[in-house]
Design a protein around this ligand. Structure first.
Ligand SMILES: [Zn+2]
Ligand SMILES: [Zn+2]
Length: 207
């Protein structure tokens, strides 16, 4: 389940979840009195949470991103899709996902470098359109087991962060002494590319 701090699709706070004829419908069995208005208010969240519930049955939510599934898609092509983070940590917060399933930044190999570079390119071009200065851009990945949905997703953000707590989820760990990255659970996309191009794996410790 994706109840991690990554929280893009973290579970809603109340209510049991049931599937109805394969569709991701969610019903509260605890607050039936308020159910009507509750569903109305948080429809978007519930729809997306329904997708999360699906994933617990064995699927991968990011292998099947679409507007129909409740994602706020802002860009898509044959190989990539970009959507707004459901719980933005920053002034702008998008996720770029390859349609091809890749587990995480940890499993990247040199063969994946063109994919990662393209993800960054797409992210930057969207930020270009938004006229976000480079100094306010942050693009990177969480490193499992921290905060991560199990399908490679690039966080594309325009700062400022909404709070210090949100900021703490995306710490840049500068490398030193030949390392591209220092200790930390977040890796900037350029760091990740440099590490993988060296033939190494991205990890929490310096690499
Ligand atoms: Zn997937
Ligand atoms: Zn993440």
């Amino acid at each position: 389940m994706f109840t991690s701090l990554c929280s893009l699709f973290s579970a809603s706070s109340d209510g049991d979840r049931k599937h109805d004829q394969g569709r991701a419908l969610i019903r509260s069995t605890t607050n039936t009195g308020r159910l009507g208005s509750k569903v109305e208010e948080t429809k978007g969240e519930l729809e997306v949470t329904g997708v999360t519930a699906d994933s617990s049955l064995g699927g991968c939510i990011f292998c099947d991103v679409s507007r129909e599934k409740g994602f706020n898609v802002v860009y898509e092509d044959e190989k990539y899709v970009v959507f707004k983070d459901h719980r933005p940590a920053a002034a702008q917060h998008l996720l770029v996902v390859p349609r091809r399933h890749i587990d995480s930044v940890r499993t990247l190999t040199p063969e994946d470098v063109p994919t990662v570079k393209r993800m960054a390119e797409i992210g930057h071009s969207i930020l270009d359109e938004m006229q976000i200065p480079f100094s306010n851009r942050r693009l990177g990945f969480h490193i499992p087991p921290f905060y991560s949905v199990k399908h490679l997703h690039l966080h594309v953000q325009a700062t400022p962060y909404k709070s210090w707590l949100k900021r703490a989820k995306y710490p840049v760990a500068q490398g030193s002494k030949g390392y591209s990255k220092g200790f930390g659970w977040f890796v900037e996309v350029e760091q990740a590319i440099a590490i993988v191009e060296k033939g190494e794996r991205v990890k929490i410790s310096s690499c």
